[in-house]
Design a protein around this ligand. Structure first.
Ligand SMILES: [Zn+2]
Length: 461
């Protein structure tokens, strides 16, 4: 297939274009180019925490990964009330400066993380309920619109009105009404300048197609102002009207395993905001799968990753993944990473994140190859036969948890156990421990003194 000829069109926007390189429905190949970053789709972007991909410094991101897009949530940055929000007071065009993101990765701004933590209050017609690092706040929609104009992210997602509970009979229509209203605000009020065009992705709600069919119809009228779609329910990709098929589709519908990613690719998703890379890394799991089948022989069903907390890896000098050529696998082995995990040394998670990102990158490259060959359906069936359907269970401890990583519930205990306790707190009375310590020091001093007697000490005298 000539990847540059099929369905290619002259881009209407000089900064950004999305070209479909295959059929427009079902699993599809495309190429998204924006601000000198080119992404062959299907592919993935990584969710960020306060502007950084967890465990990766920006130079690691640039030098050791192929992450070409970062999903940034505004709720990470608005811990104070306006006008004292540092990110609101930056010079124009500075989200990239503020987060120091390398120019090799696109910055995609949205209101909330995926999946969002349930908030205490509900959204209103004019504001979104968010969780900041110091508590719940309401984010006025007008503030989001003005932040977009000022910070100029490469791609901006329209805000969806999604309640924390399953919507009832009346809530569904209200979700559609508000999402439409907020999108119109974003489209009409975001300021384009000579050197900045806002690239807005319209959100599609996690509702049946019929419940939001009116809203989706109106999107076809706004298509000239839209750069893509953000799907909170990926299955909607199969029902979209023909006019919208040429827009890139980003899944913000948490795909928690490679099997779910393949399902969504089948529905026609182009770009995935993929949270399970970091979830696996946090759990100490080195992803270990290839699409469509493992290179190593054997018919047994394999786990999707290796839990490096396991003691059996303490002497394993093999790489994190067989045949992997990532920085972590070229330089280190399982035993080293296992040791780092046990020592709670944060380099463990850095190396794991670099490795896991590489596994995912190669997975998507293989998926694209499979679609191009026309063997996608057979390959998905083969993958299903060789690999377990769920990610390995989390067994060991992860890095210190943050507030956004668990649901807010009253009455629950501390999430992070104390790492250090007072002397004697672990069952030994403090007095006994003190004596033991004194004895140990004393005998140590004697040993050193004895060692010195024959050599250094004599020469001194
Ligand atoms: Zn590796």
């Amino acid at each position: 297939m000539d990847l540059n000829s099929v369905n290619s069109e002259a881009p209407k926007d000089p900064d950004m274009y999305f070209r479909l390189l295959s059929s427009s429905s079902g699993p599809r190949l495309g190429r998204l180019a924006l601000n000198k970053v080119t992404i062959d789709t299907p592919s993935f972007i990584a969710p960020a925490s306060r502007g950084a991909v967890p465990h990766l410094s920006h130079d690691n991101l640039r030098d050791h990964t192929d992450i070409k897009g970062i999903y940034v949530a505004l709720e990470d940055f608005v811990e104070k009330y306006p006008p004292n929000v540092p990110i609101y007071n930056q010079a124009a065009g500075s989200l990239r400066n503020f987060t120091s993101t390398p120019s090799e990765s696109l910055l995609i701004l949205s209101g909330r993380r995926v999946p969002p933590v349930t908030t205490a209050a509900s959204n209103t017609d004019h504001s979104l309920a968010i969780l900041t690092s110091v508590g719940f706040r309401m984010l006025p929609i007008d503030d989001y619109v003005s932040v977009v104009s000022r910070l100029r992210p490469d791609i901006v997602l329209g805000l969806p009105d999604i309640p924390s509970n399953t919507p009832g009979k009346h809530r569904g229509p209200k979700m559609v009404f508000r999402t439409d209203l907020w999108l119109q605000q974003l489209l009409n009020k975001t300021i384009a300048t000579a050197d900045y065009t806002p690239h807005i992705f319209a959100p599609l709600l996690p509702l049946d197609f019929e419940q939001q069919s009116y809203y989706i119809e109106t999107l076809t009228d706004k298509i000239d102002k839209l750069s893509g779609l953000a799907l909170y329910d990926s299955a909607l990709a199969t029902e979209l009207p023909e006019e919208l098929e040429k827009l890139p589709r980003m899944s913000v519908d948490d795909a928690e395993s490679p099997h779910k990613v393949l399902q969504q690719v089948r529905w026609g998703i182009d770009l995935f905001n993929l949270g399970f890379i970091t979830t696996a890394t946090d759990a100490g799991i080195a992803l270990d799968f290839e699409f469509p089948r493992p290179t190593a022989a054997g018919e047994e069903i394999r786990p999707l990753g290796v839990d490096l907390w396991g003691k059996e890896h303490a002497t394993d000098l093999g790489p994190l993944g067989q045949g992997c050529n990532c920085y972590a696998c070229r330089r280190h082995h399982k035993a080293y990473v296992q040791h780092l995990l046990v020592a709670k040394e944060m380099t463990a998670w850095v190396l794991l994140q670099i490795h896991n990102t590489k596994v995912i990158d190669q997975f998507f490259a293989a998926v694209r190859g499979s679609i191009e060959r026309g063997s996608f359906e057979e390959d998905v069936a083969i993958f299903g036969k060789f690999y377990e359907s769920e990610m390995p269970e989390r067994k060991g401890q992860g890095p210190r948890l943050r507030g956004y990583q668990f649901k807010s519930q009253g009455g629950t205990g501390k999430k992070n156990p104390k790492s250090f306790t007072k002397l004697g707190a672990a069952g030994v009375p403090a007095g006994d421990m003190r004596e033991e310590l004194d004895e140990a020091v004393e005998s140590g001093v004697k040993e050193v003194a004895n060692g010195l007697e024959g050599g250094f000490a004599e020469r001194l005298s």
